[in-house]
Design a protein around this ligand. Structure first.
Ligand code: RB5
Length: 150
């Protein structure tokens, strides 16, 4: 499993702890920045991680900003990305099982370290169930196709 991870300045410190946690679990992680707490713009990292996942170079992505909102909005603009913002583990798990999310986002101003790691673990443990959900996930992809042809 290869994970691409990114954050803005607000998520920088929490990102370091999440990276440690992933490495302890034996997961390969590539950090797409930012590399300090110097103020920067979350779309840069949302786009970089989303491209890394959409290209299939990485299996999944994790994004952190202040709320998880802006960085997930940016990621969701990349074709093939289904990014979810979570502040609790239940939605994180269900987003994998039902929506086949390929990027998890959360907010460093919203969740503390322990909760963030619970969310990450729940999300990583979720296996996409397909079946009745596959038609709906395909409908999301169809929206992307319709946008391309506008
Ligand atoms: C930066 O101040 C903040 O706006 C950003 O981290 C994020 O919360 C945006 O959605």
């Amino acid at each position: 499993m290869k994970i691409a991870i990114g954050s803005d300045h607000v998520g920088f410190e929490l990102k370091g702890k999440v990276i440690e946690h992933l490495k302890e679990k034996g997961i390969e992680v590539k950090d797409f920045g930012t590399n300090s707490t110097e103020r920067t713009d979350y779309p840069i990292y949302g786009e970089a991680v989303a491209n890394a996942v959409a290209s299939k170079e990485y299996d999944k992505g994790i994004l952190i900003c202040g709320t998880g909102v802006g960085i997930s909005l940016a990621a969701n603009k990349v074709n093939g990305i289904r990014a979810v913002v979570c502040s609790e583990p239940y939605s994180a798990l269900l987003s994998r099982q039902h929506n086949d999310t390929n990027i998890l986002a959360f907010g460093a101003r919203v969740v503390g370290l322990d909760l963030a790691l619970m969310i990450v673990d729940a999300w990583l443990s979720g296996v996409y169930e397909g079946g009745r959900h596959a038609r709906r996930v395909q409908m999301i992809a169809d929206i992307e196709e319709k946008q391309k042809n506008k």
